[in-house]
Design a binder for this molecule. Structure first.
Ligand code: SF4
Ligand code: SF4
Length: 180
């Protein structure tokens, strides 16, 4: 086989490879788009999505229903929950004799979870007698240190409420909203 023949063969092989590659490209040009231009566009999150646990906001009170009973902390297999709270005197009330969880003046001061060690098993959500916990729809989790994964859910809920934001799970869905 002459050098010229081999040269023509390589050209033919390259052309066949190019056509093969373009065939895939052209085929997908006419198929439905399955990606979004993140972060400008976001996908709808399925109802059963298990994002990091969050406190449920009671629509009537605008607050959570956690009574700091500690059940979730006891059942957590990873031991990542720390709940602080107790009987407190509210305005016009006597804190003596308060019994969690019925008394309205049992206050949860902090509800800290270390999400870096949470397996999202759901035992805390299922065991809560007051249905005060649920899975969020948050799916963007990143940080530059382990400490950012340690979150006080009470403080976060208050911070979100202060700026008029709802917890992620109560949104109608991270819909396809163009940022601008
Ligand atoms: S979230 Fe539920 S189980 Fe956990 S401390 Fe609060 S009321 Fe108790
Ligand atoms: S989801 Fe499981 S591992 Fe995570 S905090 Fe709740 S009980 Fe613990």
């Amino acid at each position: 086989m002459s050098e010229f023949t081999r040269y023509l063969g390589r050209i033919a092989s390259g052309a066949a490879s190019l056509v093969s590659g373009m065939e895939v490209t052209i085929r997908y040009m006419f198929k439905p788009v399955v990606t979004v231009r993140y972060p400008r566009l976001r996908l709808d999150i399925p109802e059963g999505f298990r994002g990091p646990v969050e406190l449920v906001t009671d629509p009537e009170t605008g607050d959570h229903n956690c009574s700091a009973c500690g059940t979730c902390a006891r059942v957590c297999p990873s031991g990542v929950i720390s709940v602080q709270g107790g009987k407190k005197k509210a305005a016009g009330q006597d804190g003596e004799g308060a019994k969690a969880p019925e008394d309205p003046f049992v206050i949860t001061d902090s509800f800290i979870i270390d999400f870096s060690r949470c397996s999202l098993c759901g035992l805390c959500v299922e065991s809560c007698p007051r249905k005060a916990l649920r899975f969020s729809h948050m799916y963007e989790q990143c940080g530059t240190s382990r400490q950012v994964a340690v979150v006080d859910l009470v403080a976060r809920q208050k911070a979100l409420a202060a700026v008029g934001c709802e917890p992620a799970a109560s949104r109608p869905g991270p819909q396809q909203q163009a940022a601008a």
